[in-house]
Design a protein around this ligand. Structure first.
Ligand SMILES: Nc1ncnc2c1ncn2[C@@H]1O[C@H](COP(=O)(O)OP(=O)(O)OP(=O)(O)O)[C@@H](O)[C@H]1O
Ligand SMILES: [Mg+2]
Length: 261
């Protein structure tokens, strides 16, 4: 049974897409059949793994069940990593009602039904808002990973993300786990980064992941070349960070009953 992980935060530029692309890259490298789903009209995850945006969005067809994800997903340059690309028109057809209604269930079921030879993990990259697309992602997901940038006001808005997760749980009567908070854009030489990291760990001792993602310009370079860091520069600090994050996420136990241990 595939597990579905949403990468969400309403804050812009905190590393959601970088995390989605590189977690997906290392998951695939670890032998997991992985689908990266770009739910952001900016389509940064799509271009970040070197795939062109389609002229119109697949999302309405995926939600009404008229198309199957396997027909419209594209193989990336990384073996085992496919992408459901986004397009600038993505926002148009998705209303909150569609996101919460049968469409979300139908799409989730398509992924749950996929044989594990085809799909082990789905990673959803969300836009920087708590609007209908993030809402849709949370209604499909098994767990949520929230990037937290090591900057002033890092924790501002975290309560709203967690509240949206709780509401999605109540609607669907199933557990949506907090995969964790991941500290991003961490510069070890900057005192503020350590202070922010300590504060986040103090408030969320159980839920903050061990691995901080180091600030490394190589990650931005890799994105501009349309490659995950595991392909572009596997010996960089950014690569090391995402390799360790992936190990941590893979260690979270997933039971056949569809809940996190
Ligand atoms: N660890 C890092 N080191 C250096 N640059 C990074 C790192 N993480 C992300 N970046 C860069 O910071 C910018 C924002 O990152 P990213 O696009 O992943 O954030 P986002 O949360 O998805 O943004 P948005 O909210 O606009 O979708 C990008 O230019 C990206 O290349
Ligand atoms: Mg993004």
């Amino acid at each position: 049974m595939a597990r579905v992980i949403a990468i969400a935060s309403q804050k812009g530029g905190v590393g959601k897409t970088t995390t989605a692309v590189n977690l997906a890259g290392y998951m695939a490298l670890a032998g997991q059949s992985c689908l990266l789903v770009d739910l952001d009209p900016q389509a940064n995850a799509t271009s970040g793994i070197g795939i062109d945006s389609p002229p119109s969005s697949f999302l309405p067809g995926l939600l009404d069940g008229s198309i199957h994800w396997s027909e419209v997903s594209e193989q990336s340059a990384v073996p085992g990593l496919r992408c459901l690309p986004s397009t600038v028109n993505l926002e148009v057809p998705v209303t909150t009602a569609e996101a919460r209604g049968g469409g979300a269930d139908r799409l989730r079921q398509q992924w749950l039904d996929a044989p594990s030879s085809l799909l082990d993990v789905v990673i959803l990259d969300c836009p920087p808002s708590l609007g209908p697309l993030t809402d849709l992602a949370l209604h499909i997901a098994d767990s949520v990973l929230v990037p937290v940038q090591c900057e002033y006001f890092a924790m501002e808005g975290l309560a709203q993300v967690l509240e949206l997760v709780r509401r999605a749980e109540a609607t669907h009567h199933r557990k949506i786990a907090l995969e964790g908070l991941v500290l991003t854009l961490f510069s070890p030489e900057v005192d503020l980064c350590h202070e922010v990291a300590e504060e986040v760990r103090r408030y969320f001792p159980e839920d903050t992941l061990e691995t901080p993602i180091l600030r490394d310009p190589t990650l931005a370079e890799a994105a501009s070349h349309g490659q995950p860091i595991c392909h572009y520069q596997p010996r960089s600090a950014g690569a090391w960070s995402y390799l360790n994050l992936t190990k941590e996420v893979l260690e979270h136990e997933w039971t056949e009953t569809g809940t996190w241990a």
